[in-house]
Design a protein around this ligand. Structure first.
Ligand code: BGC
Length: 744
């Protein structure tokens, strides 16, 4: 393909340009053979390459490694781990000839019920952004594009194709756009995917404010914007707003609309050219690195998927401590009972466009058998059946209770049914299936050594039995090798280090979006504003089941010292050091979190906002300093009139093992030259001084000829009285009003 885009643009016919603006088929852009312009492949992710060769004939996706889903990756809080996953995904993409991987998804988890929560990182924009930046940079460095999605406010599945998310400016910027802003500026994704929903009355694909003013003008994004699949409603409006590529393809109607609009003079050809230029630039980028000769390293990537999964599984409870089941602990033990159909049929990813056809799939029971089978007797009983006939679950439970009585340990695999973690559907509540809750409760009454393994992609309500069982592990949706990683964790060969990237409220009613989720049939009001997740629970000083950033380890960490400045000059970086010591018996990793609060902000701010984190690995007895660095801009909040501002004030730095376990606090005096004037109040004379005779104002509404016809002396008071703008009133209507005045 020719490298000079200006030259290509000159040679392209209008019809060819229009054809390039929409896909050629489900996964490809349109080729223009006459000019040697190839089609490129855009394919789902993001936790595996979902390459479907022939969508029209319902082909299954080609096999690919199913890495842990986003909910798991986020729980690792580990940028190096994200790099490893992203590099492997790039290799798999290249092996399949894929040019752009459709991910990562960084929408904020507004409600635990969101059907795609498992595909998103966190309730916190800072954490989401940090992870996505690393993901995107790595995939793209390896010659494959990414698509940052879904821009923006795709926080629910209910009416996802049409719902109007009504969000005030501050939460929009500070919560929902914040992660996109950071990622756009720091990682420059090759594409951004515009969401299905509307935001404040305009579809994301046609939203001039979001696409043009914010994304392009304010953030300087100049790569390609692609629509979510079938998300374009008005092609010409979308194009004018800055949406370049409509996907999927094969809709000649819209191509024709573009041609017609240009020919009718309603759409400038430069707008078309600009979009075509971005598509050509993307195609050129993807041609730079050869994609041939890449083989799918099936075994190596399966091992990597296991290694990654091991870092993403959260130990929620470990009374005793019951875990890990080390050889020493098992020396005088005889048997383990494994319960739950999920032990044989693992739940490892969600349903929808992100679903991967795995190269292999590890099985929990088998992994436990491999690990413990030589020393102990392993028994299995299903305990429940998610598709049970009436009465069946009762007898499965009774059987499990009987077998459990004399076993040394009982490991129960519980979790959400497949259809509960699905694109297109939100959950109805935060409960696990009834039969599972009942089973766990009753098993805990017959055996004291119960270990519950949870498989779910978003917060669940565990109150029915949490205080009755000894150990709980949140495995999330850990990908195809999750079962083996989990067996290593149970045996203590991996020391769990992950921490929740979302709060687990006690109950659904506690969640701040409860009153407004998922809204009415046409709109949803984000009434909780900036108070999302822990920002809200902290503000209300509410008890939660598990706080944001929480997770246990088999070892203990002592936070020994903090070194932080007590003053920060404008524009400087904030550098702090924390001394951590492993005071327990196991080698382990600790995730250290840095939260910020501002003492006297002009607008209320949450009591705590995550602004930094780090992970450190220590041998027993070892101690080390962890260094964290904050950009001055990280201290900012969004003021609807002034934009992102840092105010001169006293700030509190909090270093925590979780958002609710703060180990150190330190006050810092921050200097800023910014002064917040009363931006809303305008001098009553300001307009008048600028236009004392009202000439300018009237001329904005009426043409010279019209003013002449009415006479300026009549037009001016009319304008003043009615505050006309051209959108509100036509000249004919003004004449009618004049008539009424004159006849009264
Ligand atoms: C999803 C996107 C996905 C696209 C292509 C849409 O329904 O919302 O996340 O990338 O389909 O499969």
């Amino acid at each position: 393909m020719e490298k000079d885009i200006d030259k290509i643009l000159k040679n392209l016919r209008l019809s060819e340009k229009a054809s390039l603006l929409s896909g050629g088929d489900f996964w490809q852009t349109e080729a223009v053979e006459r000019l040697n312009i190839p089609a490129i492949f855009l394919v789902d992710g993001p936790h595996g390459v979902r390459y479907v060769a022939d969508r029209d004939h319902d082909d299954p996706a080609k096999k690919a490694t199913c890495f842990p889903t986003a909910v798991n990756l986020a729980a690792s809080w580990d940028l190096n781990l994200i790099k490893k996953a992203a590099a492997a995904l790039a290799v798999e993409a290249k092996a399949r000839g894929v040019d752009v991987l459709l991910g990562p998804g960084i929408n904020i988890k507004r409600s635990p019920l969101g059907g795609r929560n498992f595909e998103y990182f966190s309730e916190d924009p800072f954490l989401s952004a940090e992870l996505a930046v690393e993901f995107i940079k790595t995939v793209q460095k390896n010659g494959v594009g990414t698509s940052l999605k879904h821009y923006v406010a795709n926080n629910q599945e209910y009416k996802r194709f049409s719902i109007d998310a009504q969000i005030d400016e501050r939460p929009l910027r500070e919560i929902y756009l914040a992660a996109f802003e950071k990622v756009i500026k720091e990682a420059n994704p090759w594409t951004v995917m515009a969401a299905y929903n509307q935001i404040n009355g305009d579809f994301a694909t046609e939203n001039d404010y979001l696409l043009q003013d914010i994304l392009r003008d304010q953030w300087g994004y100049d790569n390609l914007v692609v629509s979510d699949w079938w998300a374009v409603h008005n092609r010409v409006k979308a194009l004018k707003a800055g949406l370049d590529l409509e996907m999927p393809g094969a809709d000649p109607v819209n191509d024709q609309k573009v041609i017609d609009a240009v020919q009718a003079g309603e759409l400038k050809e430069e707008v078309v050219d600009q979009a075509v230029r971005r598509i050509l630039e993307l195609i050129l980028k993807t041609q730079k690195k050869a994609k041939k000769d890449f083989k799918l390293p099936v075994e190596e990537h399966h091992q990597l998927a296991k290694e990654i999964a091991g870092e993403t599984i959260v130990l929620l409870k470990n009374q005793g401590p019951l875990l890990p089941l080390t050889a020493a602990k098992l020396a005088d033990k005889e048997s383990i009972l494994v319960v739950g159909e999920l032990a044989q049929k693992p739940s490892y990813q969600g349903i929808g466009s992100s679903q991967v056809n795995p190269t292999r799939l590890d099985n929990h029971y088998q992994a436990l058998e491999d690990k413990f089978g030589e020393e102990l007797e392993l028994h299995y009983t299903p305990g429940y059946n998610s598709e049970a006939e009436p009465g069946e679950n009762e007898s499965l439970k009774e059987k499990a209770l009987r077998v459990a009585e004399n076993k040394d340990y009982v490991i129960i695999y519980a979790g959400l049914p497949e259809q509960a973690e699905a694109e297109g559907y939100d959950r109805q509540d935060m409960q696990l299936p009834k039969e599972q809750n009942q089973l766990i409760k009753e098993l805990a009454a017959v055996n004291p050594n119960i270990i519950v393994i949870l498989n779910n992609g978003s917060a669940v309500d565990l109150r029915q039995w949490l205080d009755k069982v000894s150990a709980v592990i949140e495995a999330g949706l850990p990908g195809q090798a999750g079962a083996s990683a989990l067996a290593d964790i149970i045996a203590g060969e991996i020391n769990p280090s992950a921490k929740l990237a979302e709060s687990y409220p006690l109950k659904l009613e506690d969640n701040p979006s409860y009153l407004n989720f998922p809204g009415s049939s046409d709109s949803v009001r984000y009434g909780e504003g900036i108070y999302i997740g822990y920002r809200y629970y902290d503000k209300r000083k509410m008890e939660v089941l598990f706080p944001f950033g929480y997770g246990l380890s088999y070892t203990e960490f002592a936070y020994r010292a903090l070194e932080a400045p007590d003053y920060l000059a404008e524009g400087d970086k904030l550098k702090i050091k924390i001394l951590i010591e492993n005071t327990g018996q196991f080698k382990g990793k600790e995730i250290i979190q840095l939260y910020l609060s501002q003492q006297n902000p002009s607008l209320a701010r949450p009591p705590k906002e995550l602004k930094g984190f780090g992970k450190i690995e220590l041998e027993p007895g070892e101690k080390e300093w962890l260094e964290l660095e904050l950009d001055y801009q990280d201290l900012a909040y969004y003021h609807p009139q002034a934009g992102w501002i840092v105010e001169s004030d006293r700030f509190k730095i909090m270093i925590g093992a979780s958002s609710r376990e703060i180990k150190f606090t330190e006050d810092i005096e921050v200097e800023s030259s910014f002064v917040l004037k009363d931006l809303t109040a305008k001098s009553p004379f300001e307009d008048w001084l600028a236009d004392p005779l009202g000439e300018k104002a009237v001329k904005e509404v009426l043409t010279e000829a019209e003013i002449e016809e009415i006479g300026f002396l009549k037009a001016w008071p009319l304008y003043r009285m009615h505050f006309f703008t051209p959108e509100q009133v036509s000249f004919e209507e003004i004449e009618e009003i004049l008539d009424i005045y004159e006849n009264n």
